[in-house]
Design a protein around this ligand. Structure first.
Ligand SMILES: C[S@@+](CC[C@H](N)C(=O)[O-])C[C@H]1O[C@@H](n2cnc3c(N)ncnc32)[C@H](O)[C@@H]1O
Length: 345
């Protein structure tokens, strides 16, 4: 049961996060050269006040779920202020290179020695204009800060909205008998939150990036309950109907359409008939029509080769093609949580 002190500590920690990353965002705007105005039509965009109000509402919803006993308050994943500061320095040191790529002055899709031989071509790019793409330890160390700055401190809470449908589905189930997988787990933050909330659950995280998996191990800590596997979403190394829970956050919009379809088909294949699949990814066109302009601008400001295609579609249509049925969904700031079950019951 959460106490008033827990509530205070939750509110203080989330407010500090937002302030910290919003500060980075504002400093970044000053340090980076403005991008030329897009030469294509963009939809409507929300104002800062509307975005801030939406983030606040998100934290309120999470707190309600915590007080309802669905899951405990989130564990701090970067408890060491020294590390936070070092990450911040790394972020600002890398910013000029990100900026140069944004303005077309650096076209090193991947630096020498980090070519990712054997990895798919679509994967070997500087996604988000980040140095090293998905393929360097430096990129893995920078990624969480970059994402939190982009979402002004709301990235973790958006990921954690996956925990509400998971908590509902867990009711009456014995966590120690369940196996879950995070597809494209990256630096492992969602896995770390899931492990903290349900320590008995046997989890695996899969990603194509060895450096990101190394960072994930650091974030999650040493535990036999969370295994990390280097592998591809489009060829999951699991048997048919072998997993109770499949989650994936911010992977689908990074994949070319044909690979995305394969990854979804794989998630459907490995999920048990009474299992749960939860996808967290960008909102899509029409989810918040008044915010469509942000979805138009995002791939223009950040290197996101497959994002426009992703947001133009409907996740429900793509999952229907592979036999996954949406049973619930929640808009969480700039993300959408889609809850699916297999239709093999
Ligand atoms: C935007 S990040 C999301 C990471 C993490 N899930 C999160 O919430 O931040 C995308 C991740 O997907 C991984 N990835 C991209 N394509 C993949 C594929 N085909 N198979 C497995 N992982 C992939 C990348 O290495 C990267 O770690």
């Amino acid at each position: 049961m959460a106490s008033p002190l827990d509530r205070l500590s939750y509110a203080a920690r989330q407010a500090a996060r937002v302030t910290w990353y919003a500060g980075h965002y504002a400093a970044g705007l000053r340090l980076m050269k403005p991008m030329p105005k897009p030469d294509f039509a963009i939809g409507p965009t929300p104002g800062r006040a509307e975005l801030t109000a939406d983030i606040r509402a998100l934290f309120r919803r999470e707190w309600q779920d915590i007080t309802a006993g669905l899951f405990p308050p989130p564990v701090p994943l970067a408890p060491d202020p020294g590390r936070l500061l070092r990450r911040s320095l790394l972020y600002f040191r890398d910013l000029p290179q990100v900026d140069a790529r944004r303005h077309g002055k650096l076209d090193d899709e991947l630096p020498p020695g980090q070519q990712g031989d054997g990895l798919p071509d679509y994967y070997r790019q500087n996604f988000h204009f980040q140095s090293g793409g998905w393929l360097s330890a430096e990129s893995a160390a920078l990624y969480d800060t970059q994402v939190e700055v982009l979402f002004t401190g709301a990235a973790d809470v958006m990921r954690r909205r996956a925990m509400k449908p998971i908590a509902d589905w867990m009711a009456g189930r014995n966590q120690r008998e369940l196996r879950g997988l995070d597809v494209g787990c990256g630096t492992g933050r969602l896995l770390a939150f899931l492990h903290a909330a349900w320590p008995g659950l046997r989890l695996a995280g899969l990603d194509l990036s060895a450096p990101y998996l190394e960072e994930a191990r650091r974030v999650i800590g040493r535990t036999a309950r969370v295994k990390l596997i280097e592998g591809a979403a489009e060829k999951l190394p699991f048997d048919d109907a072998s997993l109770d829970l499949v989650v994936s956050s911010y992977l689908l919009h990074e994949l070319p359409p044909a690979v995305r379809a394969k990854a979804l088909a794989e998630m459907a294949r490995v999920a048990k008939p009474d299992g749960l699949v939860v996808i967290v990814d960008s909102i899509q066109k029409g989810d918040r029509p008044d915010w469509n302009g942000l979805l138009d601008l995002f791939p223009h400001y950040f290197h996101e080769p497959y994002y426009a295609d992703y947001v133009a579609g409907r996740i429900e249509d793509q999952t229907a093609d592979v036999g996954l049925v949406p049973v619930d969904s929640e808009l969480a700031f700039l993300s959408k949580v889609t809850v699916l079950k297999t239709d093999r019951r």
